[in-house]
Design a protein around this ligand. Structure first.
Ligand code: DAH
Length: 332
């Protein structure tokens, strides 16, 4: 039959499942070609009817099989097309990668830690969520002590907080009571602060050396910090300026001669010729009392890692370290 050839051709050339379904309906649907041929059978005489019915059934089987096969073929084809169009080319950005050797903060951490490992300090870590005792009380900062205002604290409740400095690690280490102690403690700290030189999360490195009396004194502290600062900043002048910290007595802040103007005065050093880089002192006896250590002496120091990174890399907005901007990070 001419019609059968024609429709067979159309089915074989169908481009989509929708097109195939339209063809199927044009054959087998209510108003389909074969459906009406079958219903026309009743108008024929018995003999013709038999022959025609056999022919129609044969055609039906053939077309059904063809449609079934074509459907499978088209399904596979459509799936393949879908997979191809949704494929992710993992090699796409390959040529855009620029090598980086680490986050600037980590690079400075490594440099500082390297020095202290060389000077026989061990590394100690402490929890970021602290309680009032370790962060304040034991560090000679009792409740309502005015110096608590020096640090804007994130509190969870009356006693739990995000540590405002790495000094609680001093307490946790001394609490264990093993002497001598010679540690540094690197890590994140948190304060309610946000501007060019402050971010709510930043990093410090704490140092603590404790031994039985009368071994440790301010001269030891001065020696190690001068050596350390020269290692980090090179040829600079260093001065110890009398200061106040509740956990040390006497206390000092340490300045280096400005590395940008060599001490003649510029914008970075506020025309003073000096840059403040860390705090330190001889451990206050009240701190030893809080952890039950007797007849010992020691020194402590603390520094901000971002401050070092800003100076060493000439970055003037501290917040940019944490903005994950590739234009900055790729330079390291
Ligand atoms: N904890 C101080 C701060 O966050 C830094 C500091 C100063 C630590 C003097 C010390 C120290 O151990 O002796 O501002």
């Amino acid at each position: 039959m001419e019609w059968e050839k024609e429709i067979t051709n159309k089915i074989q050339n169908a481009n989509s499942l929708t097109e195939l379904e339209e063809l199927r309906l044009s054959i087998f649907g209510k108003k389909g070609k074969l459906t009406s041929e079958f219903s026309n059978l009743k108008n024929l005489n018995d003999n013709d009817k038999k022959d025609k019915a056999r022919l129609l059934n044969e055609m039906k089987t053939n077309l059904e099989n063809l449609i079934f096969d074509t459907k499978n073929k088209l399904k596979t084809l459509e799936l393949e097309q879908k997979i191809q169009s949704e494929a992710i080319d993992v090699s796409l950005f390959k040529n855009n990668f620029s090598p980086s050797y680490g986050h600037p903060i980590n690079l400075i951490f490594d440099k500082i830690i390297d020095y202290f490992i060389g000077a026989s300090f061990a590394i100690k870590y402490g929890p970021l969520v602290e309680n009032d005792f370790y962060n304040f009380e034991a560090l000679n900062l009792p409740k309502f002590h005015p110096a608590r205002d020096m640090q804007d604290t994130f509190y969870f409740n009356d006693s739990m907080l995000l540590r405002t400095h790495t000094s609680p690690v001093q307490i946790r280490t001394m609490e264990q009571g093993k002497l001598p102690i010679r540690i540094i403690s690197p890590g994140a700290v948190f304060r309610r602060d946000y501007d060019m030189t402050h971010s709510p999360m930043f990093h410090q490195i704490e140092g603590l050396v404790v031994d039985e009396n009368p071994k440790i004194n301010f001269a030891n502290l001065k020696y190690i910090l001068e050596d350390f600062l020269t290692y980090i900043f090179g040829d600079i002048k260093i001065r110890f300026r009398s200061s106040y910290f509740p956990f040390t007595e006497p206390s000092a802040e340490v300045d280096i001669s400005c590395i940008f103007c060599k001490g003649s005065g510029c914008r970075v050093c506020s025309h003073t010729g000096w840059l403040e880089v860390l705090g330190c002192g001889v451990v206050n006896n009240n701190v030893f009392n809080a952890v039950g250590l007797k007849n010992v002496s020691g020194y402590a120091f603390g520094m901000g890692v971002e401050r070092f990174a800003m100076l060493l890399y000439g970055v003037n907005d501290l917040r940019s370290f944490f903005e994950t901007d590739l234009r900055l990070l790729e330079q390291f």
